[in-house]
Design a protein around this ligand. Structure first.
Ligand code: HEM
Length: 511
């Protein structure tokens, strides 16, 4: 046998052994659910039960919905994410148990960022675990009280002024406007102003540096997409492969921006009553105080932030706050364009309110129909279409003998619940009346902001940001589908959020 043949044989044997080893490794946990007597979805090597997510064919929220629709009658079903066992739960009492009643077992999310690879993200509230999360959440919450939001409303309104004048300019040309992009520029400016006290200038200039950077946070290369999927579903893989969730260019830009803003405020004693002020207070004194609010220092938790916490959580608020709200604005406008009767009714409510008082944080609250429109939009299109948790100690599922070990992952298919005709008859129909005071939906079947102590920390901020923009737009403009508006929205598989594929273009006509 010649040397070349020998090398070839050796190489082929080595490759076969490596493939076999990888195969055995990736399938080693595949008997997990069967051993527990839990019905499971047959997994395939390397991808587990989520092939379409791993291959970036569908977003995770859509796949969890499809699994739910197929196994709706099961209280829960075992699946595998890559090689990791995950329990997808369908029964609403179980959902309540995990998110609320037995929260002490499930205060953690599985989302994970490696301290060595993504040091700032690892400090961000949505990645923190156990006691570190609890302290951070208690410390941050006073930054979102109604009193704080009332002040932030002024900053938001300034950004809406720019949004409306941008629509005015674009609509005069008679061309369709891509609201996905426009809303992202608005929420980028809004969060830049409210969180960091800086002007993003992205509404005036779509190519502004801030917009370019924020676009990068939700534009993923295949490697970054893999990093994100595994951060949600198989954190060990993220660490093992050293996968980075956010590009250095993004982190460096944000860190420079925030540290400059902090230095300026501290040097010149500037107070803006915004989220950055709250984070600076946490750095300097360990509590957020507010002269006008009833809360006293005594009933607030003390948790001093270091610079890493401030940076990590500025990054968290920025990331959590801009894309979710922007997508929601785009979806609201889509449904209003497709349902002119809803649009007219909403406009009537807005005109009625504005004829009595100027638009304010309080008057937004009085607009019941606006709230119903928002709730129905978030039912049909929850930007985060699944909720995840991980157990921190062994837990026996109520009413069963199935015990989950500490570290077990749970997925809740919220989008699946939202589209279940038993909870929401004719679910594809956009009908804000589902959320009128007399119509009650099944508890825990509606989860756009999650539920329980670890739900969305920015609900008030999000509501204000979205409603102010919608109220001001609908007051002045009628919105119509353009020739490119789809009759049904298709979602992009490129991100973990439920976002429309391509843009959403509409015609705006001044009233
Ligand atoms: C329409 C807009 C938004 C939607 C639909 C949304 C939805 C969500 C959801 C589903 C979660 C996970 C909840 C859970 O696991 O139970 C979450 C977490 C979070 N959201 Fe939002 N969000 C929105 C806007 C915002 C805004 C504007 C901010 C802040 C400025 C924000 C801050 C956060 C934070 C900090 C968390 C993590 C909370 C924790 O881990 O304790 N969100 N959001």
């Amino acid at each position: 046998m010649g040397l070349a043949t020998y090398i070839l044989l050796y190489g082929v044997t080595f490759l076969a052994a490596a493939v076999l080893a990888a195969y055995l490794f990736s399938t080693r946990k595949f008997g997990h659910w069967k051993k527990k007597g839990v019905k499971d979805l047959t997994p395939i090597p390397f991808a587990g039960s989520l092939k379409d997510v791993v291959l970036m064919r569908k977003p995770l929220g859509v796949v969890t919905k499809e699994i739910y629709e197929e196994f709706k009658t099961e209280r829960f079903i075992g699946i595998y994410a890559f090689d990791e066992p995950v329990l997808q739960i369908h029964d609403l009492d179980l959902v309540k148990a995990v998110l609320v009643k037995d929260f002490q077992y499930f205060c953690d999310r599985s989302l994970h960022a490696d301290e060595n690879v993504d040091p700032f993200l690892a400090r961000a509230i949505f990645c923190l675990k156990g006691d570190r999360w609890k302290k951070c959440r208690t410390a941050i919450s006073p930054g979102f009280t109604p009193g704080k939001m009332k002040r932030v409303f002024i900053l938001i309104s300034e950004c809406v002024d720019l949004l409306v004048s941008q629509i005015e300019k674009d609509s005069q040309k008679g061309l369709p406007i891509d609201v996905n992009e426009l809303a992202a520029r608005y929420t980028t400016d809004a969060i830049a102003s409210c969180a960091f006290g800086i002007q993003g200038h992205t509404l005036e200039n779509p190519n502004a540096e801030f917009r370019r950077i924020m676009r990068l946070t939700f534009e993923f290369t295949p490697k970054e997409a893999l990093a994100l999927v595994s951060a949600f579903l198989s954190p060990k893989l993220t660490s093992l492969l050293g996968l980075k969730l956010i590009r250095s260019e993004v982190t460096n830009f944000i860190l420079n921006t925030i540290s400059t803003a902090i230095t300026e405020r501290e040097t010149h004693q500037i107070k803006r009553n915004d989220l950055l002020d709250s984070l600076i207070q946490l750095k300097n004194s360990g509590v957020i105080t507010d002269e006008d609010e009833l809360d006293t220092q005594q009933n607030k938790a003390f948790h001093k932030f270091d610079m890493w916490d401030v940076m990590g959580n500025s990054l968290a608020l920025l990331m959590a706050g801009f894309e979710t709200s922007a997508t929601t604005i785009a979806y609201v406008l889509y449904e209003l364009a497709m349902n002119p009767d809803v649009q007219s009714k909403l406009r009537e409510e807005i005109h009625d309110s504005i004829s009595k008082q100027t638009l304010s944080y309080e008057s937004l609250h009085d607009m019941k129909y606006l709230d119903m429109v928002l709730q129905e939009t978030l039912r049909k299109y929850p930007p985060l279409a699944f909720i995840d948790r991980v157990s921190n100690k062994p837990y026996t599922l109520p009413g069963t003998t199935v015990t989950l070990e500490a570290g077990s992952r749970i997925l809740i298919p919220s989008y699946g619940f939202h589209m279940n005709p038993e909870y929401y008859p004719n679910p594809k129909r956009f009908d804000p009346e589902r959320f009128s005071e007399q119509n009650k939906h099944a508890k825990y079947s509606y989860l756009p902001f999650g539920e329980g102590p670890r739900n969305c920390a920015g609900i008030r901020f999000a509501g204000m940001q979205v409603k102010t923009a919608i109220a001001r737009i609908i007051c002045k403009y009628s919105v119509h589908p353009s020739s490119t508006t789809p009759t049904e929205i298709d979602f992009t598989p490129k991100t973990f959020l439920l976002q429309p594929k391509g843009g959403l273009e509409f015609i705006f006509k001044a009233i």
